[in-house]
Design a protein around this ligand. Structure first.
Ligand code: PLP
Length: 381
């Protein structure tokens, strides 16, 4: 199988991730932070080690500002539902994943908040000026993606940070597609809340993610119960990170994610990023002369991540996805990619596009085979 669906989740994972998870499951899988025996202590070392590795990656003030979550969706829900208050106004964009769209839509439908969506440029990125013109007196939050999961274009998030600071607005970034490939330094990037999964470009397993919370930002309790901390207290502890975590964590997953983050740091983010964008651009270029294929991506190396979306004239994306799987043994993702507004903007509703998203373990041969397959399929419709 040629796997080119890395924007959904990366595969394969580095060997060190498989080894760390296998070793953890066989030798150390006690309940972290609970019992005092050596297995529980080893387990806690992995979970806390993962938190510390992520804090180093983000240059965070302290590992306590990193909440370990189930995935990006979990982190975004904790941030949105825990930060917003009755009557707040939110600015978001037309390029969001449903993990921002849906919580906001629900809160607005219940009369709790209001929100506006900023338009994007033709390349799918959202200009800062489009956010600025939506600011109102009661705007408390800008909730926006760092990089599009459909088009692979990176947003100017440093400008967003400056805008948010200038107006005293909190900035929540969905860094699902960028963490591990775009440098995120919270000392220079004015983002207050940053949510991301562990299972994409950090090479952890599914069921892992994190939320960074800047000191001074108060998020209401989301889940309360056992935490192994201040056990005698009647109510859930106020202190971070316990405040926003509860119950036995996915320690198997975080043991793997720790190895994944260490892999990213060893390889170097720039090397990973350059490889992924080079493959994406090579793939897009190989389809350039095919008149039946429309490629939707920005084609600028420094702003293009791995995902490239396309349509083939006269072919349904779902059908093409099935042919890729069955005939060519290529894994890609047709459809709306949980980002219906982006497809509305591209004019690709309701069927969507076919997304090929290159990852670090893809090769030139993989993307060339995918481009040949797209050209062959388009020749037959
Ligand atoms: C931009 C973006 N946001 C959020 C998510 C949701 O991530 P998860 O499935 O880890 O919750 C994804 C996943 O594809 C994504 O690409």
């Amino acid at each position: 199988m040629i796997y080119i669906d890395n924007a959904a989740t990366t595969w394969p994972k580095p060997e060190s991730v498989y080894t760390a998870m296998d070793e953890f499951a066989r030798q150390f899988a006690g309940n972290p932070g609970r019992s005092g025996h050596r297995m529980a202590v080893e387990s806690e070392k992995r979970v806390q080690g993962c938190r510390e590795a992520i804090a180093r990656l983000l240059n965070a003030e302290s590992p306590d500002r990193v909440i370990l979550t189930l995935n990006a969706t979990d982190g975004l829900n904790i941030a949105l539902k825990g930060f917003l208050r009755q009557g707040d106004h939110v600015i978001t964009s037309h390029t969001e994943h449903n993990s921002i769209n849906r919580p906001l839509a629900r809160m607005a439908a219940e009369g709790f908040i209001t929100f506006d969506k900023a338009d994007s440029d033709p390349d799918g990125s959202v200009p800062t000026a489009n956010l600025e013109k939506l600011i109102r007196k009661n705007t408390k939050l800008i909730a926006i993606t760092h990089g599009s999961n459909v088009l692979g274009v990176v947003n100017p998030v440093h400008e967003y940070g400056k805008l948010a600071r200038k107006h005293g607005i909190v900035l929540l970034l969905d860094s699902s597609q960028t963490v591990g490939v775009e440098p995120i330094d919270v000392r220079t990037l004015d983002a207050d809340l940053i949510a991301f999964p562990g299972h994409k470009n950090l090479f952890g397993p599914m069921g892992t993610g994190a939320l960074y919370v800047r000191p001074g930002i108060q998020i209401r309790f989301f889940r309360e119960g056992g935490s192994g901390f201040k056990v005698e207290q009647e109510v859930h502890p106020e202190e971070m990170p316990y405040r926003l975590e509860g119950g036995t964590p996915n320690a198997h997953g975080f043991a793997g994610l720790l190895a994944g983050v260490e892999f990213v740091q060893r390889e170097g983010m720039k090397k990973i990023r350059d490889h992924e964008s080079a493959l994406a651009l090579r793939f897009a270029d190989a389809l350039r002369d095919n008149r039946k294929v429309t490629v939707y991506s920005c084609r600028t190396r420094d702003r293009q991540l791995g995902p490239v979306s396309l349509t083939i004239q006269g072919a349904q994306p779902a059908e093409v996805g099935a042919i890729m799987d069955e005939k060519y043994r290529i894994a890609c993702r047709p459809g709306l990619h949980c980002a219906p507004d982006t497809h509305r903007f591209l004019g690709t509703l309701p069927q969507g596009t076919i997304r090929f998203s290159s990852g670090y373990f893809n090769t030139v041969d993989h993307v060339d085979a995918a481009a040949r397959a797209v050209n062959e399929v388009s020749a037959k419709v």
